[in-house]
Design a protein. Structure first.
Length: 366
């Protein structure tokens, strides 16, 4: 036992040396990133033409880090650390501006920061179509919008926006969604008679609410962050929201992880105005309008089966061009630059009344 202080001192000395080495290496990496920016800028007609953020390159780097990791930190935790290093280095080249479905404190902002890192400049928008418009106008580099929840299904507003937009899908991020019941410091916890939240969150927590607050009024609002803001000023209300909203408005958890499904998650899409090269593990999303005739769905899906393309999602939406006509949103594995994927897309385009490739992009790493 007498040797313990010496052992601790030796370990602390080792940690200090390792910290110094890490600091030096991060600085060297940042300097390399700055040189990359100078080269990109020098080879373009103007700095505005240079592409600094490369989704396929970032995905490749994070996958490589996870493959090399031998612990004790998990692969995901190690990738998160490198994501922040990459985000800070990218900010030296050119900070990425990202619009997201606001207000501040929403799960969509959390998804944006998870994908782009804390060094990105994130800007809240009031509606999904506003996110699309900001990207289309060039006011931001990318947008982040929710597209589907594992419990409640697709977000139709997002699908409808893709039908009218020429933007590309540049990436995806899946966020595990944990809902908490939150109150302020002035809330009388035994007198909660009103609960605020987004309609999707109410749907995802329906059984828990029925069991614990069956008589409380459920008031739907535009976002969970707005629910948290309202609770801050009321003594008899609570909000269903996530950790980011709780931190933003200084609220306290009185019940954690109240979602009915423990694996509740939401998928978000990254939208931009440029295509993404192959990363080695990609998805492609398309929207297809088929002619209204018998066997149309079979005719649409047959090429995917024949070419052994793994389809990961199929959704239908009413077409705006005619009564009882439908369009299909399809996600499948592969990049449109791959020969067999290109072959499938060619066949589908010949059979369909209309087809649009929404984008090929890296499968979400984190």
């Amino acid at each position: 036992m007498a040797e313990t202080p010496q052992t601790l001192n030796a370990l602390r000395d080792s940690i200090d040396q390792l910290d110094s080495d890490i600091l030096r290496l991060i600085s060297e990496r940042a300097d390399c990133a700055r040189q990359v920016a100078e080269i990109k800028t020098g080879t373009q007609q103007s700095a505005d033409d240079a592409v600094f953020y490369r989704p396929e390159r970032e995905a490749q780097v994070l996958r490589r880090i996870m493959a090399l990791n031998n612990g004790p930190l998990s692969d995901e935790e190690m990738a998160r650390l490198f994501r922040e290093i990459m985000s800070a280095c990218l900010a030296l080249e050119q900070p990425v501006k990202v619009a997201y479905l606001g207000p501040e404190g929403t799960f969509t902002q959390q998804a944006a920061l998870k994908h782009f890192g804390e060094s990105a400049i994130s800007l809240p928008m009031a509606a999904i179509d506003e996110v699309f418009r900001e990207v289309e106008a060039g006011a931001v580099n990318y947008g982040v919008v929710p597209v589907e929840n594992s419990t409640e299904g697709v977000i139709n507003h997002t699908l409808d926006s893709f039908m009218e937009s020429g933007l590309n899908i540049c990436g995806e991020v899946v966020l595990r969604i944990h809902h908490h019941l939150l109150v302020s410091e002035t809330t009388r916890r035994d007198k909660v008679s009103r609960i605020y939240s987004h309609p999707q969150s109410f749907a995802q927590c329906r059984k828990w609410l029925d069991a614990h607050y069956p008589h409380a009024e459920r008031v739907p609002v535009s976002s969970n962050a707005e629910a948290a803001r309202l609770v801050k000023t009321e003594w008899h209300s609570a909000a269903i929201a996530g950790d980011m909203s709780a931190k933003l408005y200084g609220l306290t958890h009185i019940a954690e992880k109240i979602e009915d499904q423990p694996d509740n998650s939401t998928r978000f899409l990254i939208i931009g105005d440029q295509g993404v090269p192959q990363s080695g593990d990609d998805k492609t999303s398309i929207v297809v309008a088929m002619r209204n005739q018998p066997g149309a769905l079979h005719e649409l899906l047959e090429p995917f089966h024949r070419h052994q393309i793994d389809m990961t999602r199929l959704e239908t939406r009413p077409s705006r061009s005619g009564v009882w006509n439908y369009v299909f949103f399809i996600d499948f594995k592969g990049h449109h630059g791959e020969p067999r994927v290109a072959a499938v897309l060619e066949e589908v385009s010949q059979r369909a009344a209309e087809m649009k490739v929404l984008g090929s992009y890296p499968v979400g790493v984190l």
